[in-house]
Design a binder for this molecule. Structure first.
Ligand code: PXL
Length: 280
């Protein structure tokens, strides 16, 4: 008798809206690697192309918002998505069409990484985009994951209160309508990196991590995708956020430097271990 073919169960599907980073460090490539490494199947809608190397971004080609919409709509008619992840979205028009799509799937968790600039300072955003993010996307997000610079920029956008500390910024962002805010502390001067999670009830948890020596390209994309993966597996938010940080920390410890610029997180650190053991 021929062997009976039993189809394998489909892993959780996570749809990432993001821009291409040819280095594979950040952007959609970071999301695909992270989601795959965490056992999800990644779906992708490309919002922009960048020309960059590990040292910086040279050019950005924004994809027309109609194309962004068509890519997503066709996919969503076909397959059931367990979580959405939003990275660099390219234009206020694309943000508007993505907001419409999210509104049609209100039960699917949304992880919004409010990418305003690269970690190296390349600027990605206009005031129109910050407005669209605040008005259309943050209200639909299950969690947003700004670093401390992004949290201040997003919160202070409509405020003159320069004295707002990060907890006050978090409250301001929660008031825009998202369920959780995770503010990452890499850019602060604390001895350890402090990542703090807030909800409508206020401060939920702070996780502290040793400062690693390198400068990393794509750590924020990795963290946000890892949260999307853990949510797609049904984890509750506080635990999802902690597990995603754990995963990200491992990728940074195993990071490599392929060119003359920043280090790239090793999203398959666990496969490397297996390989080394196999060769021993
Ligand atoms: O890390 C934010 C980010 C997101 N998306 C793309 C990027 C970067 C940073 O450089 O290039 C495409």
């Amino acid at each position: 008798m021929p062997p009976i073919f039993t189809p394998k169960p489909t892993p959780p599907l996570v749809l990432s809206f993001a821009a291409s980073d040819p280095t594979g460090g950040a952007g959609i490539q970071a999301d695909l690697l992270t989601l795959a490494s965490m056992g999800c199947h990644p779906l992708s809608v490309i919002t922009a192309l960048t020309v960059q190397d590990t040292a910086g971004v040279d050019e950005i080609l924004v994809i027309d918002s109609e194309w962004v919409m068509d890519q997503a709509r066709m996919l969503l008619e076909d397959v059931p998505v367990a979580a959405f992840k939003l990275g660099m979205l390219g234009s206020p028009e694309s943000m508007a069409v993505i907001a419409e799509i999210l509104a049609d799937y209100p039960d699917i968790p949304v992880v919004l990484d409010p990418v305003l600039a690269s970690g190296r300072g390349d600027e990605f955003t206009t005031d129109d985009m910050i407005s669209a993010m605040r008005d259309l996307l943050i209200p639909q997000a299950s969690i947003i994951t700004p670093n401390s610079h992004e949290a201040r920029r997003l919160a202070l956008f409509d405020s003159d209160d320069d004295d707002m500390d990060l907890a006050a910024c978090a409250k301001h962002l929660i008031d825009l309508g998202c369920e959780y805010v995770l503010i990452t502390g890499t850019h602060e001067t604390t001895p350890r990196v402090l990542n703090s999670l807030y909800s409508l009830d206020g401060h939920v948890q702070t996780d502290a991590w040793d400062r690693l020596p390198g400068s990393y390209h794509g750590s924020g994309c990795t963290l946000a995708s890892a949260i999307a993966a853990t949510l797609a597996y049904g984890q509750e938010m506080p635990l999802a956020v902690r597990e995603a940080q754990n995963f990200t920390y491992e990728t940074l410890k195993a990071a490599f430097r392929p060119g003359m610029g920043q280090y790239i997180p090793e999203r398959f650190f666990w496969a490397q271990d297996v390989q080394t053991e196999g060769n021993a």
